[in-house]
Write a protein that binds this ligand. Structure first.
Ligand code: HEC
Length: 153
């Protein structure tokens, strides 16, 4: 690939990232809270589909598992961008704990390792591997909620 094309590609990637960062930065705290709660609901819907497979209410197929786990990974990736500084409070209720912003690196790591667990589950093709992979993902949700989310009454 000629140098100029490659450089243009890198610039357009940088521009895209910058646009995304500006979009999030200009988003109000209220908007970020609403959006991340929606993303988390998407995560929950994916978990519900996987839970039905675990309880054998739905048959295990690699495709169904891959689809649900892929959605979870995508929603978690989207949620990761929706905890900007200053969004610990807004015009709508949030259950996010202030520790997210004082302990930012650990929070981001936990989000990323949970997303990785979803990506791992996405690749599961054998029923025997499903339970352990789902357990790993569920443990990620629980650790983060225990540490960084207030209990919902
Ligand atoms: C790294 C942290 C983290 C991980 C991992 C995580 N969550 Fe969350 N989740 C949160 C936080 C923080 C909130 C509260 C957001 C708010 O109210 O602003 C939340 C909120 C939620 C909600 C409530 C949304 C609403 O409408 O108020 C659901 C449901 C949820 N998470 C499901 C899950 C599931 C299922 C997983 C695992 C597959 C998961 N979460 C993984 C941090 C996390």
């Amino acid at each position: 690939m000629p140098m100029t094309t490659r450089r243009a590609g890198a610039w357009s990637t940088a521009a895209t990232l910058l646009t995304a960062a500006v979009a999030v930065a200009s988003m109000s705290a209220t908007e970020a809270i609403k959006q991340r709660q929606l993303e988390m609901e998407g995560v929950r819907n994916g978990m519900a589909a996987l839970g039905a497979i675990a309880k054998k209410e739905q048959p295990f197929t690699a495709e169904a598992v891959g689809t649900a786990a892929g959605k979870i990974a995508d929603h978690l990736a989207a949620a990761a961008e929706l905890f900007p500084e200053g969004s610990d409070a807004g015009d709508v209720q949030t259950w996010a704990k202030p520790e997210i912003w004082t302990d930012r690196a650990a929070f981001d790591e936990l989000l990323e390792s949970t997303r990785q667990a979803a990506v791992g589950l996405q690749g599961v093709t054998e029923p025997e591997a499903f339970g352990p992979a789902l357990g790993k993902l569920g443990a990620g949700c629980k650790s983060c909620h225990d540490l960084y989310r207030l209990p919902k009454q």
